[in-house]
Each structure stands twice: as C-alpha cells, then as structure tokens.
Design a protein around this ligand. Structure first.
Ligand code: NAD
Ligand code: IPM
Ligand code: MN
Length: 343
C-alpha cells in the first residue's frame, strides 16, 4: 500500500479556525472514499505565540518540510500582535522556505447573481518582491527592498505560459516596469524568452494600473493574469469581488521544482477577519474551494470536482453567509456544502 499523503493543518488565527473546522470533515470524507491521507494538526498562530513565545519552532518547520506533503492553512493576523511577526515567521516563511513560488488564485463565480461568464486565473509569484521583508526605518526615511530572482520569476511565468497553452486562453503579464526598471525589467526579459518558447500563446503585457481599470470594466476579456507577489496580491483581492468577496476566493501555492517533500499549501485568499471572528459569521467557501484545489493538485480529481460542485449546489439551494447577504452561519453553510458531497 502506498504511504499516506500527510496534510498539515494550521488553522491559525481569527476566522481561520472557524473555516478550517468546516473543511476538516472533507478529509474524513476523502478517506471514506478510499484516499490514503493522514492529517497533522499544528497549533501555530497568535494564541500559541502569546502563550509560549514560539512562532514556528525549528522542529515543527523541519517536520513539516520533510514529513508532510502539503499544508492546509486558515489565516494569520491578530490585533494583539500589531507588527505581524508571527504571520511573517509562519505563513511567509513557509511560502518562502518551501519555495512555493506559484500562487494560483482562480476567479470563477459560483453564486447566483455573480456573472458565471467570468473565468480568469491569477498566477502570483509567492516568495519574493517586497515580501523579502528587507528594509530599514530611520528618522525621516524608510526603505523597503523588493527582490526578484530569475529562477522564481521563471518558475511562475513558465507555469502561467503552460496553463495558457493548455487552456488556449490569453496570458497577460501585469507590471510596472516603467517605474520598477530593475525588478520588473527582469520580469519582462524572462517573459520575452518564454513568449518565444510558447508561440501559440496569445501573450501580452500591460501596466498594472491600466490593467486594473480594464479588469473592472471588462473582466470577461481576461484569461490568465501573471504578476509579481505584490501586484498579484492586490489584483487577486480585486477579482475576489467578482465571486462574492473575500470569503469566497481560494488559493493554492506550489513549488513546481519540488525541492522538498512538502510542496503545496492551500489557503483561502482572505485573512483572519478580526471584525467578525468568533461570531460564527465567516464564510467557509474560500476554504472549501482551496481544499478542492489541493485535492486536484494531489491528483484526486473526482474529490476536487465533487467538492466544487457541492459548493455550487449549496449556494444555488439558497445557503449564504452574511457577506453574501444571507443569514446562515459558518457551520450551517459548512453542513450545507458537505451534505451535497456524494458518498
Ligand atoms: P481580511 O481578509 O481578514 O478581511 C477583509 C474583509 O473581508 C473584512 O471585512 C472581513 O470581515 C471580510 N472577510 C474576510 N474573510 C471572510 C470570510 N471568510 N467570510 C466573510 N467575510 C470575510 O483582511 P484584513 O482585514 O485586511 O486583515 C486582517 C488580518 O488578516 C491582518 O492581520 C492581515 O495581515 C491578515 N491577513 C492574513 C491573510 C492570510 O493569512 N493569508 C490574508 C489577508 C490578511
Ligand atoms: C494574502 C495575504 C498575505 C499576503 C498577508 C497576510 C501577508 O494578504 O495571502 O493574500 O500579503 O500575501
Ligand atoms: Mn492578500
């Protein structure tokens, strides 16, 4: 028998735990269908940090990196830790040190009232740019560096080009090379090399500011959008509005070159939502859809498709949390989705 797929569960902070609790039974469902997996719950987040001073201890990082295949993540961020150091040392460290350069953020409306003809995918570089977290604050002057390296940019853009080629969809690279001459200059060079290697892909580049206007005016015109870490973060929050808001948008990060056993991380696009945390109001859909992306990444296509269909059916049956104008709580929404799963 093959070894079980080990999935680390990090609920994190705020609504992270609430949406994670709804998704975890889907792992049991996958097991009941014959999938061989083992969940590894990990306690790291604000509560653990405030109680112990530990963010992500070395032994946990090593176990995760070498002893797990993937991470399912809730959210991090806590008003009691205003400098966000635990978020840096847990989430951003995992993205960076597991070399999860590709962050995939699809935008496909499923809820009634949102335009189902929109179908775009964001490929966000996930480890570099200003997320190198290097800089200085001096009196009257502050500096944030942004680092871009050819291997990470190439990994991201190669995935985006491959995807565009397979789907036969247009590819757009968002950039600001008119200002960020060094960093985004590198992006344009790597892009030009890949464009020559993928002659069938309808690829172009656009200044990110102009792109945002076009994206609001005509989202249906877009297919694959590639961007660096910072622009991709902003663009994916904008496109979350097309699916119903922050609570609805999923993401999956992976390392195409698989440097470690742990080479994937699924997490909703939203954060810990301190304004609604602890009230049972959070929408678990972004988390369900992130788990579906992970199932697909693991090669479990029937489970991925069934979970996405279950979300669509629950929404079409009228189940909606407050962010979508409904009255259902997190656990009612979660049950509604799970009740649509086939046995
Ligand atoms: P946020 O995504 O937490 O919240 C933005 C808005 O969306 C809020 O009004 C919130 O109530 C709403 N929202 C978010 N998730 C929702 C859900 N599941 N259901 C319904 N509504 C939802 O962003 P923020 O307020 O800018 O950040 C809060 C904290 O989260 C900060 O500490 C931030 O750094 C962190 N954050 C973490 C992640 C992550 O862990 N991946 C992502 C974004 C923000
Ligand atoms: C996201 C979040 C994170 C990011 C924060 C929490 C650091 O906004 O996953 O989109 O900026 O990447
Ligand atoms: Mn974000």
């Amino acid at each position: 028998m093959s070894r079980p797929v080990r999935i680390a569960l990090i609920p994190g902070d705020g609504v992270g735990g609430e949406v994670m609790a709804e998704a975890v039974p889907c792992l049991d469902w996958a097991v009941a269908r014959g999938r061989c997996l083992e969940a590894v719950p990990l306690p790291y987040g604000a509560e653990h940090y405030l109680a112990t001073g530990e963010t992500l201890p070395e032994h946990a990082f090593t176990t995760l990196r070498d002893g797990c295949d993937a991470v399912l993540f809730g959210a991090v961020g806590d008003p009691r830790i205003p400098d966000g150091r635990h978020a840096e040392q847990i989430l951003l460290r995992l993205r960076r040190e597991l070399e999860l350069a590709v962050n995939f953020r699809p935008c496909r409306p499923l809820a009634p009232g949102f335009d189902p003809a929109i179908n775009l995918e964001i490929y966000r570089e996930n480890t570099e740019g200003p997320y190198c977290l290097q800089g200085t604050t001096e009196p009257g002057r502050a500096v944030d560096y942004a680092i871009h390296t050819e291997p990470a940019v190439h990994r991201l853009l190669a995935c985006a080009f491959q995807r565009a080629a397979v789907l036969g969809r247009p590819l757009l690279l968002a950039h600001k090379a008119n200002v960020l001459k060094h960093g985004h200059g590198l992006w344009l060079r790597v892009y030009a090399d890949l464009k020559a290697q993928f002659p069938t892909v309808d690829a172009r580049t656009m200044h990110a500011d102009a792109l945002l206007c076009a994206l609001v005016q005509d989202p249906k015109a877009f297919g694959i959008i590639a961007a660096d870490n910072y622009l991709g973060d902003l663009i994916s929050d904008l496109t979350a509005a097309y699916v119903g808001g922050m609570g609805m948008a999923p993401s999956l990060s992976w390392a195409p070159h698989r440097p470690f056993r742990c080479a994937a991380l699924a997490e909703p696009v939203h954060g810990s939502a301190p304004d609604i945390a602890g009230q049972g109001l959070a929408n678990p859909v972004g988390m369900f859809l992130s788990l579906a992306l992970l199932f697909r990444h693991l090669g479990w296509e029937p489970e991925a498709t069934a979970l996405e269909a279950a979300v669509g059916e629950a929404l079409h049956a009228g189940f909606r949390t407050r962010d979508l104008g409904g009255t259902h709580g997190t656990s009612e929404m979660g049950k509604a989705v799970r009740s649509q799963l086939p046995t």
